[in-house]
Design a protein around this ligand. Structure first.
Ligand SMILES: Cc1cc2nc3c(=O)[nH]c(=O)nc-3n(C[C@H](O)[C@H](O)[C@H](O)COP(=O)(O)OP(=O)(O)OC[C@H]3O[C@@H](n4cnc5c(N)ncnc54)[C@H](O)[C@@H]3O)c2cc1C
Length: 415
């Protein structure tokens, strides 16, 4: 007698849901994909500033280092569907890819929409039925999932894969609904915190420098108590009315989850290409060139206009002092200031401004080899809903894809 076809529900048509649905269907299941938005992949469309950094062309060992917590959980998922598989998958779907700095992978077109379109076409070709509805509950009987509930009623399924995402950028549809569904099914949700998020500061300097973007600077985040550097990087950052943002700051936030007012300071090296001695030689040269100018008007070659009043104030040197009267000590102190502009940090911006949500469905309640719930039979998880997050560089989408492939296949197989 032929085995009956398994009816699989996938909740959420984001990165994980689209991938899981296609894989479940290709493995013989009758798949229904539920999405609350009228179109799929809303968050995906804004990833990588609209260019979608879909994965990172790195080894598994390197990948693990980009996942600050619970990385070991990912071994099986990455063994089944590694970054190279993601790349091959999208190339096979007709999206040529390119690898940029830091092995970040993007579509050649620089269009995130091409990634969404490829996934949507794949889902359609695999025979997945898509339903525009918010799943409001799961139906569970005798420890096994039996279906989903929507405003239109209850629908029977043999397996349900929850792919509802995190709770950042809630306007995209990922507003944390899935945590409630998981909790109602008996799962534990670890504390939800923002990651890859702008950082606030009480220093009025930030407001004064609002809009100033610094490129090619070095950043260190230093623990005030121990003096230890907990994060260092080189690149771009920006001042805003509330504090700091930009690529380096977002990355830094993933390394300092225990942030609290006064606990950390950002130390910005405005001249990382110059050693202390070279910088002093440079200052001396500029001061010789502008020997008769006031100090305030003698640092324009070294600093962006907006920064000048801040640096002048912090140097303690009289802005009207003639440069040829500046002492060696004053000049050395100025050099030290340029190598270490400090901004005390306060905390993170709210979770809805974060790129990812840290925390989620507790991993010890999930089988890492199948993404199946250990508590409710027939229930599976994939993507950001899990207690997994990574640094910037394409890792978060890869986590969504890898966990989705495992969940899709195992939900279809029923094991
Ligand atoms: C601005 C921004 C830029 C980013 N850039 C990158 C990048 O370049 N590279 C990278 O790796 N990562 C990036 N990320 C992170 C990445 O987008 C997420 O980690 C990834 O989308 C998570 O995939 P997911 O499928 O788990 O969730 P999502 O992609 O968030 O999808 C979840 C889906 O579930 C739907 N849903 C939720 N609840 C329900 C419900 N009850 N019923 C029905 N449907 C529901 C939502 O509408 C949504 O469509 C970025 C994030 C943001 C916010």
């Amino acid at each position: 007698m032929a085995e009956s076809v398994r009816r699989v529900a996938v909740v959420g048509a984001g990165a994980a849901g689209l991938m899981a649905a296609a894989h479940a269907a290709r493995n013989g299941a009758e798949v229904t994909l539920y999405e609350r938005n009228d179109r799929p992949g809303r968050k995906l469309r804004i990833t990588g500033k609209g260019r979608c950094n879909l994965t990172n062309a790195c080894t598994t060992a390197e990948f693990m280092e980009a996942v600050p917590r619970n990385a070991r959980f990912l071994y099986a998922a990455l063994a089944r569907f590694a970054p190279e598989d993601t790349m091959a998958h999208f190339e096979a779907l007709g999206v040529p890819l390119k690898v940029e700095r830091g092995r970040r992978v993007f579509p050649v077109s620089d269009r995130a929409a091409d990634i969404v379109d490829a996934l949507v076409t794949d889902v359609r070709r695999a025979g997945v039925k898509t339903v525009h509805a918010r799943v409001t509950g799961l139906t569970v009987a005798d420890g096994a999932v039996t279906g989903v509930r929507t405003a239109a009623g209850e629908f029977a399924h043999d397996a349900v894969i929850l792919c509802t995402g995190g709770m950042s950028y809630p306007g995209t549809g990922s507003d944390g609904d899935g945590y409630r569904l998981a909790r109602e099914a008996g799962h534990t949700i670890t504390p939800l915190t923002p990651s890859l998020v702008p950082i606030t500061s009480d220093d009025p300097t930030c407001r004064r420098l609002q809009g100033l973007s610094l490129k090619n600077v070095a950043l260190r985040i230093v623990s005030v108590q121990s003096g230890k550097t907990v994060y260092d990087d080189f690149g771009e950052m920006m001042f805003t009315h509330f504090g700091l943002t930009g690529p380096m700051i977002l990355s830094a936030s993933a390394h300092i989850q225990d942030i609290a007012p006064g606990k950390y300071t950002a130390v910005i090296d405005l001249k990382p290409a110059l050693g202390d001695k070279q910088l002093d030689t440079r200052l001396l040269a500029d001061f010789t060139k502008y020997a008769n100018r006031d100090f305030l008007n003698a640092v324009g070659d070294l600093l962006p206009q907006k920064l000048i009043p801040i640096v002048v104030e912090r140097s303690g040197i009289d802005p009207r002092k003639k440069v040829n009267l500046i002492t060696r000590e004053e000049r050395l102190a100025l050099g030290a200031l340029l190598k270490g502009l400090t901004i005390p940090l306060r905390g993170f911006r709210p979770i809805d401004e974060a790129i990812v949500t840290a925390g989620g469905v507790q991993l010890k309640e999930i089988d890492p080899g199948s993404m199946a719930s250990k508590l409710v039979s027939g229930l599976y998880f994939a993507g950001e809903l899990l207690d997994l997050d990574a640094y910037t560089g394409g890792y978060n989408l890869q986590i969504a894809f890898s966990t989705a492939v495992l969940a899709g296949e195992h939900a279809a197989w029923g094991c």
